[in-house]
Write a protein that binds this ligand. Structure first.
Ligand SMILES: Nc1ncnc2c1ncn2[C@@H]1O[C@H](COP(=O)(O)OP(=O)(O)O)[C@@H](O)[C@H]1O
Ligand SMILES: [Mg+2]
Length: 245
């Protein structure tokens, strides 16, 4: 197996706080990796460093063999890194279709063929089950549908690595079930890095789990190993997801 993403000594402070502290991380091509850990553990900061939203204070990030540590975020998107935010970030005044057409346009280098944009946008909407809502204004969609629209915006970039930051937050049980199936589908042709509080979702989807605590990787392993890890239970699993949110 080859690592798609590697970080070495990756660090980021906010004032005196070490939000991400000397993190050594490797993600294999094709895997579904879950990242868990208590609130404030540094999960969002870590993926923000990977996608280029924040610059690190120290360390390196390698993607598909290339050092991307200093690469601007939009170039990382070109390389195939897509990130959906923890906070809903759809454009409320645009239609669902237009929200997805924008990232599709970013992937098209040769002109702006309307047919290609339409095809790419409708394909992404279909994959998340929203093609019948293409013309609805995004801000009027149900919350769960807005989260799915965000995933479609990520998919529209045809990512090699899709980073999802707490995608199931606020979804109903039925929506979560559909989401699990969607991630399995996405993982057929992309690597998935999933920050997730819902342990049932984590256990169902992840081949490996990385546990963050206080800016560091506390543990990493298969779901069964992580479940049986006493330090992880102390730091995280002993409390309910509700208490973490
Ligand atoms: N932009 C920022 N400015 C200052 N502090 C931040 C910023 N982003 C995150 N932090 C702090 O860094 C720590 C890690 O936050 P975060 O990465 O959001 O954790 P998680 O996603 O695991 O809940 C927290 O203590 C948080 O308050
Ligand atoms: Mg977070």
């Amino acid at each position: 197996m080859t690592a798609l993403l590697t970080t070495r000594g990756l660090s980021r402070r906010f004032g005196g706080l070490r939000a991400v502290d000397d993190v050594e991380f490797a993600l294999e091509t094709g895997e579904i990796r879950a990242v868990i850990g208590p609130n404030g553990a540094g999960k969002t900061t870590f993926v923000s460093l990977v996608c280029g939203r924040y610059a690190p204070d120290a360390g390196t990030i390698t993607f598909s063999g290339e050092d991307i540590t200093a690469m601007p975020a939009h170039m990382r998107v070109r390389r195939g890194i897509a990130y959906t935010f923890q906070i809903t970030s759809v454009f409320a005044n645009l239609s669902a279709y237009d929200n997805v057409a924008l990232p599709v346009q970013r992937t098209l280098t040769d002109g702006r063929s309307r047919g290609a944009v339409r095809h790419g946008a409708m394909e992404a909407l279909e994959r998340v089950g929203l093609s019948n809502r293409a013309n609805e204004q995004a801000g009027t969609l149900a919350y769960g549908h807005q989260r799915l629209l965000e995933v479609a915006m990520g998919l529209a970039l045809k990512p090699r690595l899709l980073i999802l930051d707490e995608p199931t937050q606020g979804l109903s049980d039925g929506e979560i079930e559909n989401f699990v199936a969607l991630v399995r589908e996405i993982a057929k042709d992309a690597t998935v890095l999933l920050i997730e509080h819902n342990m049932q979702v984590v256990m169902e989807l992840a081949q490996r789990i990385t546990v963050f605590n206080a800016g560091k990787i506390l543990a990493e392993g298969a779901p069964a190993e992580i479940r049986g890890n006493a330090a992880v239970q102390d730091a995280y699993l002993g409390t309910t997801p509700e208490a973490q949110a």
